[in-house]
Design a protein around this ligand. Structure first.
Ligand SMILES: [Zn+2]
Length: 293
């Protein structure tokens, strides 16, 4: 599912084409599947956006933001299977929303495609945007976090670090796949309590987060076995080939060639790690913290 690198890839893919374009129309596509959550109503969206200029495109955690000259912002959350596309959708029947632009450029529109239909589209004015996605709702962006920001995580929670990394109020943008990869690169055991991380581990986590996410962005994200995730031109990402632990249970660790990758469940989500590269707490009923499944 799209996490920070995939959403960043979407933003980088569409921004050069759609920035500065005048919106001719913005409306849901005809689609016979379960309707997307779209707020406000299509007629209000149409009225508020026609003739406005799309002044910037950026990412807020795992969402795409399209900012309009009126100050309104579309916030698109791809959730499980959503994609932002300039052309060539995987199929036409799961196209959910389209933005059409005034003529004059190569691409005439932008589409949100979503197989499962769990994505959401919101049109917010400035105040609504701040209320929904302001700093009280979302922690610092994972790519921009300082060592001080990392220290605050340890001060705010005693949950296992893997579980804390998925809490968007603590760190914005990290999802399940990259959390395992980041902890592996940092040699941190996923069950380590966030509050017991050493200064050295926090520094390594900061470096590993940047390395993993930036590398994944360079590879245009991860397209997993279901093949759903695609970049803006409907091409697969390549970072799945670089995963060291994610979805590699029972394989010999590629890093140390010694340990065997373990899959465990933390807060209902799969965690993958190497017990040799990431030594630490072992699962036991008396010591497993909150959120261990
Ligand atoms: Zn290892």
């Amino acid at each position: 599912m799209p996490e920070l690198p995939e959403v960043e890839t979407m933003v980088r893919g569409i921004a050069p084409v759609v920035t500065g374009r005048v919106v001719r129309s913005a409306k849901p596509c005809r689609c016979r599947y379960r309707p997307l959550s779209i707020v406000p109503s299509p007629s209000v969206i149409a009225r508020r956006t026609k003739g406005t200029t799309l002044v910037s495109v950026y990412r807020r955690a795992k969402r795409v933001v399209l900012e309009l000259s009126s100050g309104d912002r579309f916030v698109i959350e791809p959730r499980m299977t959503g994609l932002m596309l300039l052309s060539d959708p995987p199929d036409r029947e799961h196209l959910r929303f389209e933005w059409r632009f005034e003529d004059g450029e190569d691409y005439t529109g932008l589409w949100f495609w979503d197989r499962r239909g769990l994505g959401t589209i919101r049109l917010f004015d400035r105040d609504e945007f701040e209320r929904s996605l302001g700093s009280h709702k979302l922690g610092p962006d994972a790519l921009l976090m300082t060592v001080e920001d990392w220290k605050k995580i340890g001060e705010r929670t005693r949950r296992p670090i893997k579980v804390a990394l998925l809490d968007q109020k603590l760190v914005a943008g990290i999802g399940n796949l990259y959390a395992s990869e980041i902890l592996h690169l940092a040699n941190v055991n996923p069950q380590t309590s966030a509050s017991s991380l050493t200064a050295r581990q926090l520094k390594r986590l900061r470096e590993s987060t940047q390395t993993v996410l930036e590398t994944a962005i360079r590879y245009e994200g991860s397209t997993l076995g279901d093949g759903t995730y695609r970049n803006a031109l409907n091409q697969a990402g390549q970072y799945q080939n670089a995963h060291k632990v994610y979805d590699r249970a029972d394989e010999v660790c590629m890093t140390c060639h010694e340990g065997t990758i373990i899959r465990m469940v933390q807060a209902q989500r799969s965690t993958f790690y190497c017990p040799v590269c990431q030594p630490g707490r072992t699962l036991s009923p008396t010591r497993s913290g909150r959120g261990l499944g």
